[in-house]
Ligand binder design. Sequence first.
Ligand SMILES: NC(=O)c1ccc[n+]([C@@H]2O[C@H](COP(=O)([O-])OP(=O)(O)OC[C@H]3O[C@@H](n4cnc5c(N)ncnc54)[C@H](O)[C@@H]3O)[C@@H](O)[C@H]2O)c1
Length: 319
Amino acid sequence: MARVAVIGAGTMGHALALVFALGGHRVRLTDSNPDTLAKAQGLMETALATLVEGGEAPKDWTSGHLAQAVTRHESLEETVDGAELIVEAIIEVPEAKRVLYRRLDACAPADAIFASNTSQLDVFPLIPERRQARAMIAHWYTPPYLVDLVDMIPGPQCDPAAFEHVFGLLKAMGKQPLGLKKFVPGYVANRIQAAIGLEVQHLLDEGVASAPEIDAAIIHGLALRWPILGVCAKADFTGLALMQALARNKSYTPPEPRESSPVLDRLVAEGRTGVLAGAGYYDWPGDPARLFEARDRRLIALKQAMREIGTMAGLERSA
Ligand SMILES: NC(=O)c1ccc[n+]([C@@H]2O[C@H](COP(=O)([O-])OP(=O)(O)OC[C@H]3O[C@@H](n4cnc5c(N)ncnc54)[C@H](O)[C@@H]3O)[C@@H](O)[C@H]2O)c1
């Protein structure tokens, strides 16, 4: 059992605290905003109840059990006292992270490992020199209590033993850490997702397809194969000579990245910013918490089905 400190209790932080607690670790959670820290308890309890109901967490995990496994602290010093692993999940603002790492340097145990959940930032230049040997990125996906992938990138001076330690700890929690050799913005999955997002925006802006049509193409076309084959094994089934011919024909040219999209800009200007706002590409009436729960229940069912069906691709089968 490790002592884990999670800094930032927002969308990711509260969920990461729950993940490490379920993984058998003792967690302390903090946030610079006391309201966010207070709300984290209810969010963790709701997510835990869904996991227990779906059979993805032990039945004896009551809210009392959770309150013992995750404690909330307003003071950063108290949060990191005795911590072996410090999970940084604060806002994606370089200066905020730099200031936090400076404060952590002053109060965290000398041998604590720093693991940043940053989505895109090269955080290593923001971390004090004497902490570099134990600095890494461990990037999770939302909701991290259901999505198992964790991108792991060692800092340029990271001690391989510290990296292996966290890699092993995540594996032991049933997660799928993916160790990359060096930092690239977006890692692997988010780079692929960004390329898809660029194409989706292009199709919407050009009026080729609507949001429901695009989602139908993904859900009834691409997504059915992805859980079994991923992308590279799917290419093996297609035949690599065809893949080569498709590339040579150059019939597909990716859209140029653009800073603004008329469709997206209109939706945001109308306040249609997504589920939390009650609308986005779709209308989402009702309590957002119930919508997140409904999503989680479906993700649990899919995950359990995938576990039963098994994949034909993955790290263990690569050439
Ligand atoms: N939201 C996602 O889907 C997602 C997925 C993967 C990674 N991430 C990354 O995780 C990190 C957190 O993202 P989020 O979506 O949870 O953001 P969020 O805005 O929901 O939460 C960030 C929290 O950090 C707190 N905070 C800011 N400065 C702080 C400080 N100095 N000390 C303590 N708390 C502080 C804020 O009060 C806020 O509650 C970011 O680096 C983001 O890029 C987000």
